[in-house]
Design a protein around this ligand. Structure first.
Ligand SMILES: NC(=O)c1ccc[n+]([C@@H]2O[C@H](COP(=O)([O-])OP(=O)(O)OC[C@H]3O[C@@H](n4cnc5c(N)ncnc54)[C@H](OP(=O)(O)O)[C@@H]3O)[C@@H](O)[C@H]2O)c1
Length: 145
């Protein structure tokens, strides 16, 4: 039986200045990261036909996510502060879903890092969201902190 487990960049310590690869040592710092890493280890102990897919900063049409949060906050406020000292790789749900659908058809078992190309800070992500919305007349002020 094949098993596919969706994991997270939170299995790492977050201190690296370059993107993590599949061979880097894990060192989760939060309860969430530790529990996700525990899930990875459990999966590996249960079967050899596994896919562990670590993704990050997922956004899309459904569910709560950063894009929706920013757009909602912007409705109620004149200004927003967003942190710029955390960097990650935003990942579009549809791209991730297509990757997963293709992957699980194969027998290429193992650990995968699956995020969209490129990295940004949360502040840069927020900037891109409002640029994409194209509201040049907006009075919203966006600050990094
Ligand atoms: N969001 C991210 O940026 C991100 C990044 C990396 C990895 N991940 C991983 O991706 C997975 C999904 O995350 P998410 O952000 O999409 O979470 P989410 O929005 O909270 O969605 C979780 C989904 O799991 C279902 N669920 C929760 N407990 C369940 C249970 N006991 N039995 C059956 N279904 C249950 C929920 O169903 P209901 O809607 O009915 O409650 C919901 O559809 C997680 O494993 C997370 O670690 C997420």
């Amino acid at each position: 039986m094949k098993l596919c487990y969706i994991s997270t960049d939170y299995v790492f310590d977050g201190q690296s200045s370059r993107p993590y690869n599949e061979y880097d040592n894990t060192d989760p710092q939060s309860v969430y990261g530790k529990s996700k890493r525990a899930g990875e280890l459990l999966l590996q102990s249960l079967c050899s036909s596994y896919f562990i897919v670590r993704t990050s900063w997922v956004y899309g049409k459904y569910g709560n996510n950063f894009v929706k949060t920013m757009l909602k906050l912007a409705q109620d406020r004149d200004s927003l502060k967003v942190v710029s000292d955390q960097v990650g790789a935003p990942t579009y749900t549809r791209d991730l879903a297509l990757f997963l659908l293709n992957l699980i058809e194969t027998e290429a078992y193992g650990i995968y890092h699956a995020s969209n190309t490129g990295t940004c800070s949360w502040f840069e992500f927020a900037q891109a969201i409002f640029e994409e919305r194209g509201d040049s007349n907006s009075t919203l002020a966006l600050y990094d902190c």
